[in-house]
Design a protein. Structure first.
Length: 219
């Protein structure tokens, strides 16, 4: 097992401390979340709101009830990973393409717990990992031109369609030095459904796993 995989498993195990029996849990998407899902049968949760079709299928395979967010109301906690995280617990998410559902479930939860391995911690977001942007198919070229005007380099994620039938522009060289501002600017581009900057819906708790254990950071 690689150090990174061991760190993901350690972060997922630490997240169990925030889950209580009978809870309806918001569950994210990605490799670290998959580690958490494998551990969920240890706790008798009432059900889960999934942030993607992939996560939903993994939860169903473990006989965990899937709850529609429209009927669940406000969730106690949402647990997910991230592609990048800064010192302010602001994130880039969406490498798996589930950013819109992830952002919806995060916004509908009282507490957002983020699990990462040490490699995901950065000083400034977006310098290494591109910002995924979900776009209506008809608006793909228009949105790409707006991103180029911002000094960024959008790349169409070929062969991929989101759960909502939209496309992804993975956006490189985007200035994310002010995450809250750039998140809003991206949201205001006509045709953008959602973007992968999680600044308005940043993490409340960060579980960062390294070779020396799991560090807990609070917003």
């Amino acid at each position: 097992m690689s150090d990174q995989q061991a760190q993901k498993q350690a972060a997922a195990k630490a997240a169990l401390n925030y889950i209580e029996e009978g809870m309806i849990l918001g569950v994210g998407t990605g490799s670290t979340v998959n580690c958490l899902i494998e551990l969920l049968p240890e706790i008798k949760i009432a059900g889960a709101v999934a942030s993607s079709q992939v996560t939903e299928e993994k939860l169903r395979a473990l006989n965990i009830d899937i709850v529609d967010l429209n009927f669940a109301g406000t969730l106690d906690i949402y647990i997910d990973g991230a592609d990048e995280v800064n010192a302010q617990l602001q994130l880039i998410k969406g490498g798996g393409g589930a950013l819109t559902r992830e952002k919806i479930v995060a916004a509908a939860s009282n507490k957002f717990i983020c699990m990462v391995d040490a490699s995901k911690s950065v000083d400034i977001l977006g310098r290494e990992f591109p910002v995924p942007i979900e776009v209506l198919p008809q608006a793909r070229s228009y949105v790409a031109r707006q991103l180029v005007q911002m000094g960024a380099e959008p790349v169409y994620r070929e062969g991929f369609v989101t759960d909502y039938g939209n496309v992804i522009l993975d956006t490189y060289d985007l200035d994310v030095s002010n995450p809250i501002a750039v998140e809003q600017v991206l949201n205001n581009i006509v045709g953008v459904v959602c973007n992968g900057v999680f600044a308005a819906n940043q993490a409340d708790v960060l579980l960062k796993a390294g070779n020396n254990g799991v560090e807990t950071l609070m917003r």
